[in-house]
Design a protein. Sequence first.
Length: 183
Amino acid sequence: MYQSESIKAIAQALVKAQMSMSDAKKSASNPFFKSKYADINSVREACIPALNENGICAMQPTVTIDGKPYVKTILLHESGEWIAGYTEIICGKQNDAQSHGSGLTYARRYGLQSMTNLGSEDDDGNAASKPQPQSNNELPWISDKQVDAMVERIKAGEQGIIEKAKQAFKISKANMDKLINAK
């Protein structure tokens, strides 16, 4: 990963963005493997709105390094801070536009998923393979600043914030009351 000198503002914004992201939907079919997968549009739908709401845009230009093509995924925050990573574009056939396009889309999808830590829903065995939630003793305490941010999101009509908070943090009764009363 590459980054600007400071990533304090973008790190805080990414935490907020990830709290409202859901897994990418596996809506595209791969007839060769007889399976479904999350295509680039599903990945973008799952993360771009949350990133944008928190002052982050995603850019994915292509670059050449040592003669090899890459997608450079850049998450740019309104503060000017940024993080970036590279995903090699793998082509099945050299000098074939369709093969290059397919490799480009694949690299964009995995680059964006990687930079946002975005998963994709499991369409077979979802419940059986879900990791068990951490015990509450292992979770960090939620900060007042995090509670205040969640209260604003609840007031804005966002759903599921309290459940996500319960899974990620220990929450005092006073802070839980703030979240519940924000509705």
